[in-house]
Design a protein around this ligand. Structure first.
Ligand code: ZN
Length: 188
């Protein structure tokens, strides 16, 4: 059912995020908005990255390798563009080091670069406390919802344990580390 209103939704924290990778020619600078990163196995197919449901996965069945990718929301500086940075496991490891050190990623000023200037060159990530009060930062967006939207996966299935819109029950589930994954045992 389409819901029409004459006022914008009150919660717009998930709007306007662009999914990006670390650019090769110009370092990315900004403030991290989430407490921690979120990652999941993915496939690169037909020019885009898609989540791997593990188990019954057509891409795995076709021999396509999967790679774990991590995602973190960033308020870019300057310009204040909101992005979700996609990172390799190696880059994410660097960020996890800062998480261990600071106890959270939120509010850290981050610098991500590819010193080789190659599109798939090694990523260097540096971070430090920004000093910006938490209350002056935008609310962290719901990364899972944004990614599922970008990936074209019906996020309504996550609500109500997958029982809406005639979706098979438990088609989606959260795994042990909080990632949304397709439930391999569900009928697709
Ligand atoms: Zn797969």
């Amino acid at each position: 059912m389409i819901s029409w209103t004459n006022t914008p939704p009150s919660t717009t924290s998930d709007c306007g995020y662009r999914l990006i990778r670390t650019p090769p020619f110009k370092p990315l600078r900004g403030i991290i908005l989430a407490d921690d990163l979120l990652g999941t196995p993915t496939h690169y197919t037909k020019g885009r990255t898609l989540p791997c449901p593990q188990g019954e996965c057509e891409h795995c069945a076709n021999g396509l390798p999967y790679r774990w990718h991590a995602y973190v929301p960033i308020l870019c500086m300057p310009g204040k563009e909101r992005v979700i940075l996609e990172m390799t496991a190696l880059a994410a490891d660097q960020l996890k080091g800062y998480h261990s050190r600071f106890g959270t990623l939120r509010g850290l000023e981050v610098y991500a670069d590819r010193p080789s200037r190659k599109p798939n060159g090694r990523i260097v990530i540096l971070a430090k406390a920004s000093g910006i009060p938490d209350t002056e930062l935008p609310v962290a967006p719901d990364i899972r919802r944004i990614l599922l939207h970008i990936w074209g996966i019906d996020d309504a299935a996550i609500e109500d344990n997958g029982r809406r819109r005639n979706m098979p029950a438990s088609r989606f589930k959260n795994n042990d580390v909080g990632n949304v994954v397709l439930n391999p045992s569900a009928e697709l």
